[in-house]
Design a protein around this ligand. Structure first.
Ligand SMILES: [Zn+2]
Ligand SMILES: [Zn+2]
Length: 347
């Protein structure tokens, strides 16, 4: 089988290897869609702080079909099922795991990081991940939508932390793929008033088509325009969905007292400082949270929204490339002309 192996930053090679042998309880997935994420770009370039151990197979957003199992499974999964893969395998007994915050377990391993990920024809899902429920059945939906469940689950985790479902108005800074996913998901959660900010005309148009009532280009007037849009009240939830630390401060004037901010994006090392006045936080009772990855429960919830058709996302995969072109796909993703680029190793 073919696997895209990253040997060092910028050194990605397609190699032919044996299909992994299965142990009892394992599943073999034939990958039908694996998406290139901003994190893959940063790992590929070597600019992510906690980098992977080389050699590594990237790709943590993927969906495929179960084609083989290591003997009978103690679950209702069977060969032929299409599954979305929850990428984290937390340790299960550190303080974070015991508090139900397994997404920030420091001992966790994950597909596309320590475990070989989706930029391959096949992925072996070990028995401990299968029995933990990492394979979520998504029969009946297209593989691209199945692969999008992972980033959507991350967005859902972040939206919960800022109580977006109860927000009067929400601001999404950055209308790249994750900004757009936040908008769609927030609409599915019933958020009525969403403002989005992005310098690209094209992305603002997508934001509006995805449910943002207003999409603005960043300018010195943007905060005032957002205030006006909210009748002077300001937004009570804000998501920073672009990896630029300077995309936070300009919008603090658009916030309502008590607003909650989620610093959702990852930022390049060295460019990750934000300035905010302590008294602004104090007198306005702002909450600033971060969110990282998702819980398995978030992943399953989002999968149910996608499988039921409440949340439609197939159009967010705007290009599909073959596994031979994985490095080109990562560079194309960086160039930013697409929302999500899929690697389809079956073609
Ligand atoms: Zn990702
Ligand atoms: Zn843990």
């Amino acid at each position: 089988m073919k696997q895209a192996i990253l040997f060092a930053p910028l050194d990605l090679r397609i190699q032919e290897i044996d299909v992994p042998a299965l142990e009892p309880g394992d599943c073999l997935i034939r990958v039908e869609s694996a998406l290139v994420c901003g994190t893959d770009i940063r790992i590929y370039e070597g600019t992510k702080k906690n980098n992977v151990d080389y050699p590594s197979v990237l790709g943590h957003e993927f969906c495929g079909q179960i084609v083989d199992t290591g003997g009978p499974l103690e679950s209702d999964l069977q060969p032929g099922d299409r599954v979305a893969v929850y990428p984290l395998v937390p340790c299960g007994d550190c303080a974070a795991c015991l508090r139900g915050r397994e997404n920030i377990c420091r001992q966790r391993v994950a597909f596309g990081y320590q475990l070989p990920g989706g930029f391959a024809e096949f992925v072996r899902v070990p028995a401990n991940a299968v029995s933990a429920g990492n394979l979520v059945k998504v029969n009946g939906i297209d593989p691209g939508s199945g692969a999008l469940i992972e980033p959507l689950a991350c967005a859902y985790n972040g939206l919960k932390l800022i109580d977006a479902a109860n927000a009067q108005a929400m601001l999404v800074v950055g209308c790249g793929p994750l900004g757009i996913m936040h908008i769609r998901l927030a609409r599915a959660l019933g958020v009525e008033h969403i403002v989005a900010v992005d310098p690209s005309n094209e992305r603002r148009a997508i934001a509006e088509a995805s449910g943002a009532e207003l999409a603005l280009a960043p300018s010195p007037q943007t905060s005032a325009q957002i205030r006006e849009f909210t009748g002077g009240a300001g937004v009570d939830a804000m998501v920073v969905a672009v990896g630029r630390a300077d995309a936070v401060e300009p919008y603090l004037n658009a916030l309502a007292p008590g607003a909650k901010i989620n610093v959702f994006a990852g930022f390049p090392t060295g460019g990750d400082s934000i300035t905010i006045r302590a008294n602004d936080i104090h007198y306005n009772e702002y909450s600033i949270v971060g969110s990282s990855s998702s819980h398995l429960s978030d992943f399953k919830h989002v999968a149910s929204l996608v499988v039921s058709g409440i949340l439609q996302v197939a159009d967010l995969v705007t290009r599909t490339m073959s596994i031979e072109d994985t490095a080109e796909a990562i560079l194309a993703a960086k160039a930013g002309g697409d929302l999500r680029i899929a690697i389809d190793a079956t073609r």
